[in-house]
Design a binder for this molecule. Structure first.
Ligand SMILES: [Zn+2]
Length: 300
């Protein structure tokens, strides 16, 4: 089986050809140009699929998308203003009509989790929690190798757990949400405040690894907030594995050890027993793989 896969995000649409064995034959990306709205994104996908159909014998289209997705109908049930007029888009219906191929659509963080489960850090782990740190914090709950979606496709919004009731205002309308403190963007904002524009997250990690005290303090403060959220997640789910994804996972063991150390101080003893925390390993391929894995499972 050969699948054409897309990962729709606020700034880029990644795409690739993925086989049923989990090989990514080609991958590339194009600008989302989100300002033109949901309809324009669908047109881009139609054009790109037509182009790829000339070179590959495509059996279906597997889509990973930002926003809350009704994966039964293949429809966007809610998306923020990052992509205007995206809420309500019946992706599956339009693409199946226009391209005559079966289509599945699943939320991007759920696809990250499924991609890591199929080919990455979650291999052989039937139950785990995945968090992706980026502009916000996304979450996915995997039980028996499947996504737990909740009553209306929205479970796992760990980014909006309340950390500080009178804290920073979150785009969701509440105050003090987890992602305002523990996302990659939250760290980048802290860095900008202290070091100014010319220093970025990568520089601060490099300094910290070299032993710089203030860089380590900066990262430790951020990890402390991250651990507070993980504390609740661990006490609720008693997971055997937590996978942390997003660009920050490139920081590997250096960051992992900090998270483990801070988290183990604040969780009850039985919860430490089987808990392992891993960084995601499939990087920006995870969502394409996860979309393909979801497609394959739906068709079987
Ligand atoms: Zn929020």
């Amino acid at each position: 089986m050969i699948l054409c896969t897309f990962d729709i995000g606020g700034t880029t649409i990644k795409y690739g050809i993925v086989t049923q064995l989990g090989e990514v034959i080609i991958k590339s990306q194009m600008d989302t140009e989100a300002r033109y709205g949901g309809g324009a994104i669908i047109n881009k996908i139609i054009e790109k699929t037509k182009e790829l159909k000339n070179h590959y014998d495509i059996d279906g289209i597997a889509i990973s998308s930002a926003g809350q997705i009704d994966n039964k109908e293949g429809k966007v049930i809610f998306a923020t203003n990052t992509i205007p007029n995206y809420t309500g888009t019946p992706i599956k219906e339009i693409l199946e009509q226009q391209l005559g191929l079966p289509v599945t659509v699943e939320n991007d963080v759920n696809c990250t989790a499924l991609g890591e489960y199929w080919q990455g850090a979650g291999k052989n782990a039937e139950e785990f929690i995945a968090l992706t740190l980026g502009t916000g914090i996304g979450g996915a709950i995997v039980i028996d190798g499947k996504i737990y979606s909740g009553a209306y496709f929205s479970a796992g919004e760990f980014g909006h757990m309340n950390l500080y009731p009178d804290g920073l205002r979150c785009p969701c309308g509440n105050k003090g949400c987890y992602e305002m403190y523990a996302s990659s963007k939250a760290l980048a904002n802290k860095i900008k405040k202290v070091y100014g524009e010319e220093v970025d997250t990568f520089d601060v990690f490099r300094l910290a690894k070299e032993g710089n005290i203030s860089a380590n303090e900066m990262i430790d403060g951020w990890v402390q907030d991250m651990a507070l959220g993980l504390q609740s997640i661990v006490h609720i789910f008693n997971p055997g594995l937590i996978i942390i994804g997003g660009g920050i996972s490139e920081q590997g063991n250096f960051l992992l050890e900090k998270i483990q150390w801070q988290l183990k101080k604040i969780i009850m003893p039985p919860f430490k027993e089987k808990l392992s925390i891993k960084m995601a390993v499939k990087g920006n391929e995870a969502n394409l793989l996860g979309a393909a894995y979801y497609f394959i499972n739906q068709m079987n």
